[in-house]
Design a protein around this ligand. Structure first.
Ligand code: G3I
Length: 382
């Protein structure tokens, strides 16, 4: 009898325990896993670059991740000059994809970024030629005038079209000299047609034109590898020079196309400390961490050359572990500088979407599943 009583009690207790466990599971974090935007809600918005399949809704799994994890978006390609303004003349604009991108952001109450107004890449060749196809020359005043006029038309039409809706613009992209040598005195990228024809003026004017078109928009200078000492000093020189002329540059975009060993925590920390002294908000604009073996080379080369070199490399066997470690270090440093950092944006949703997909550089795999790096990033917020 006594044994029966004990047995019944044990069964009842374990039943109650399993019911309680069931209740607990029903309300546990497992059912409501943390999201990036919630984890960092007291620190900075978390953005992501999205592509056409995503903002048109075709990639439904991608959309689910974008809307649940992120609260800011950047257009990976559709607002670049070649897409939004492929042909000369007033009929040369195509706002259709950009309009869908912006509507997507509004529908989901996201902070909407515009990328990018003036860049040497993804800009049609007619921009730098006259009507007969002759290359514009920096020593010809009429050519300079023509290019400035085109740039003004482009900036004012595009920024004007999205006035009040796109809140942040990358106005000038990747204009700094890449060289890692501190003895290289060229401030700007000498191979850029903008630099060749207009010199420093194109940067000054681009910001002024954008500010005229939307005085409320936050205007960014955006570049990569600016953590490295020589390029960092050029950035400081450029921004200080613009500030001394009251040019409306309002934020610094650090792309942060990282790899497994670069930037080291000390380098990132020093960089953010030094750059924040300029007094402008810092945005991490194109974050990813390249896990391919070929992607571990130094970051002084042109970013597109890096992309080509990375295309061949296989990922390391322990890539997810290494990636998690690097992402953890980066976010710890971002959090340390949370007073200066006002936005952190990933350059793509899943590894498959990425411009360097074989480096598996993002927080979600090709099946839209969070990777160990995702957990590591969330952990830094806790
Ligand atoms: O749209 C065409 C398509 O019609 C064609 O069939 C296909 C064939 O190759 O190409 C498609 O265009 C590609 C485009 O991405 C859209 O997928 C271009 O070839 C390709 O060059 C382009 O690459 C983009 C790259 O910028 C161009 O410079 C990447 O998606 C984009 O992630 C990358 O983003 C840049 C930032 O804007 C600036 N900072 C560096 C960053 C990484 O390179």
């Amino acid at each position: 009898m006594e044994i029966l009583f004990v047995r019944t009690a044990v069964i009842l207790i374990s039943l109650a325990a399993s019911l309680l466990a069931g209740c607990a599971t029903g309300n546990s974090a497992a059912d409501h896993p943390p999201t990036l935007k919630d984890a960092f809600k007291n620190d900075f918005p978390i953005g992501v670059a999205i592509n056409q399949n995503q903002f048109t809704g075709l990639d439904t799994n991608g959309v689910a991740l974008i809307t649940s994890q992120f609260n800011a978006i950047s257009p990976e390609n559709v607002l670049k000059w070649e897409k939004v303004h492929p042909h000369p003349g007033t009929n040369g604009y195509d706002f259709a994809p950009g309009d869908v991108y912006v509507a997507f952001g509004e529908q989901h109450h996201m902070l909407i970024v515009g990328h990018t107004l003036v860049w040497h890449s993804q800009t049609p060749s007619w921009v730098f030629q006259d009507e007969s196809g002759r290359r514009l020359s920096g020593t010809n005043a009429a050519d300079r005038e023509l290019l400035l006029h085109r740039m003004r038309d482009h900036i004012q039409t595009v920024v004007g079209h999205y006035k009040g809706r796109i809140k942040i613009w990358d106005v000038v992209n990747e204009a700094l000299n890449d060289s890692r040598s501190e003895n290289d005195t060229n401030l700007l990228r000498q191979t850029s047609p903008w630099v060749r024809i207009l010199g420093m003026d194109f940067i000054v004017k681009a910001f002024e034109y954008a500010h005229e078109a939307d005085p409320d928009a936050i205007l960014r200078y955006n570049d990569y590898s600016i953590e490295n000492p020589a390029k960092r000093q050029r950035l400081i020189k450029l921004i200080t020079c613009l500030q001394s002329q009251h040019v409306p540059v309002m934020a610094i975009g650090s792309q942060t196309h990282a790899n497994l060993i670069w930037p080291e925590p000390d380098l990132e920390d020093d960089f953010l400390t030094e750059i924040s002294r300029l007094g402008l908000p810092i945005h991490i604009t194109e974050l990813d961490v390249n896990g391919s073996q070929a992607g571990q080379r130094s970051q002084d080369a042109d970013i597109m050359q890096n992309a080509q070199a990375n295309a061949g490399g296989q990922p390391f066997a322990t890539v997810q572990e290494k990636l998690a470690h690097q992402y953890g270090d980066l976010f710890k440093t971002f959090l340390k500088h949370r007073d200066a950092i006002k936005l952190v944006t990933f350059w793509g949703v899943t590894d498959t979407d990425s411009w360097r997909s074989n480096g598996q550089p993002l927080l979600f795999d090709g099946n839209w599943r969070p990777k160990p790096a995702f957990d590591e990033v969330i952990k830094t917020a806790e």
